[in-house]
Design a protein around this ligand. Structure first.
Ligand code: A2P
Length: 304
């Protein structure tokens, strides 16, 4: 629980965070946050669109840890990409979480949606044409307000980052992307590292759709270390210098996920080979127009 990832602005981010997407039924998430903080979690990964920041904010007022020891991340939803809406989007997040500042604010996705869209599902006609750099410049302006310590992005591919970086006054501190042994993002992680961008892996256990924890080799390594498949998946990402944000509502699993096993270089190499490029999350499954978000080889980003 005491591992950190150094960011390019001399801030540091706890390497293990608690994911909060689908915090399930009301009440359960608040309890999970309190249990997790009690166990030693300090990094909490939130987002406006998860629809549960009010509950998280309330739970955070009830934990026994000073604000400065917590690391709170949230994400601007795609319907607030127009530059004139960005500062208000941060204020809204701070208000919901009952916080004075965020440690890290991310642009949740590179694509924009029209301001009136408020749900996770949307129509193709809801896609907005806001250049990424317009949103990013508005995010850069937030840093000097003191309301956010670091800014970053999520679900950004290498092609977009390559175009973006030379135009940035502040290079993103973090890129949060889907990472687990079945979607290892080797090239993108390498690119981010050489560009000074830290990587956070979401869905580090694969979750329900991607069955990493049932992988025979992962299970074999887990047995060899008297650990669990989840510990192997998390330890593998952490050993690559990637932050992880697993979620669990179960106290035993929350605890387990804070404790790593030490993988051998052979095991790291072998896990490197079970890549399947199998994503849990891909907006292009529903919206062909968004193929450029992940399938950069097929399409050029239309908005930068
Ligand atoms: P549960 O809340 O019952 O523990 P991800 O963060 O990759 O999306 O995965 C989250 C899913 O993995 C949740 O369904 C969670 O269920 C489950 N999970 C979390 N930690 C563990 C663990 N240590 N072992 C098995 N399943 C886990």
């Amino acid at each position: 629980a005491d591992k950190y990832i150094e960011l390019n602005n001399s801030e540091r981010m706890p390497a293990i965070g608690l994911g909060t997407w689908r915090g399930d039924e009301s009440g359960l998430l608040a309890q999970t946050i309190k249990t997790a903080v009690g166990l030693g979690y300090r990094h909490i990964d939130c987002a406006k669109i998860y629809g549960n920041q009010v509950e998280i904010g309330k739970a955070l007022t009830e934990v026994d840890v000073p604000r400065k020891d917590l690391y709170i991340v949230s994400k601007i939803y795609e319907n607030r990409h127009r530059p004139e809406l960005v500062a208000g989007a941060l204020d809204d997040i701070l208000n919901e979480l009952q916080l004075e500042y965020l440690d890290l604010l991310l642009m949740h996705w590179p694509h924009a949606l029209k301001p009136e869209v408020t749900t996770m599902s949307f129509d193709s006609s809801d896609i907005d044409n806001v250049p990424i750099m317009d949103t990013w410049r508005a995010m850069e302006d937030l840093v000097s307000t003191g309301k956010v310590r670091s800014i970053g992005v999520s679900n950004f591919n290498q092609a977009i980052l390559e175009k973006m970086i030379p135009q940035c006054r502040i290079v993103p501190a973090v890129n949060q992307i889907e990472i687990h042994p079945y979607n290892q993002a080797k090239e993108l992680v390498k690119f981010c590292k050489t560009s000074g961008i830290a990587v956070t892996g979401y869905c580090p256990l694969g979750g329900t759709r991607v069955n990493v924890m049932n992988d025979d080799f992962i299970k074999h390594v887990a047995e060899a270390h008297v650990g669990t498949p989840a510990q192997v998946a998390l330890s593998w990402a952490l050993a690559r210098g990637i932050a992880v944000i697993p979620k669990s509502t179960n106290e035993l699993r929350l605890k387990q996920n804070l404790h790593q096993v030490t993988l051998t270089s052979d095991e790291m190499r072998m896990i490197g080979k079970i890549e399947k490029q199998e994503r849990k999350v891909d907006p292009a499954r529903e919206h062909k127009e968004l193929e450029w978000v992940f399938h950069e080889d097929k399409m050029v980003c239309p908005v930068i």
